[in-house]
Design a protein around this ligand. Structure first.
Ligand SMILES: [Zn+2]
Length: 83
C-alpha cells in the first residue's frame, strides 16, 4: 500500500520559475533544463537527483526507501519545510 507521488514542482534557483514535472519511477533525473531561463540544473551535493534538490517532492526511489525502512543517517534530509 505505498503511494508514490510522481509529480513534483521544480523551482529554478536561477530565475525562480516553477514547473510541474512527472518523475520517472525507477530512475533519478540528474540534469534538468529550466523551462524559464534554460539553465541546466544538477543536484546539490548529497542529493541523488534534481527533484530532491529543487522539487517539492523527493524522487520515487527515495520515497520508497523512506517508506520501507528507517535510515537515521539521512533522516534530516527529508525534513523539508517548504511546501
Ligand atoms: Zn530558470
Amino acid at each position: 500500500m505505498s503511494e508514490i507521488t510522481l509529480q513534483s514542482t521544480i523551482t529554478c534557483p536561477v530565475c525562480g520559475h516553477s514547473e510541474i514535472e512527472t518523475m520517472p519511477v525507477d530512475s533519478c533525473l540528474y540534469f534538468y533544463e529550466c523551462q524559464g531561463c534554460g539553465a541546466l540544473l544538477s543536484p546539490k551535493s548529497g542529493d541523488c537527483c534534481v527533484f530532491c534538490s529543487y522539487g517539492t517532492v523527493p524522487c520515487p526511489p527515495k520515497q520508497k526507501i523512506a517508506r520501507s525502512s528507517e535510515h537515521p543517517c539521512c533522516k534530516a534530509e527529508n525534513n523539508r519545510a517548504d511546501s
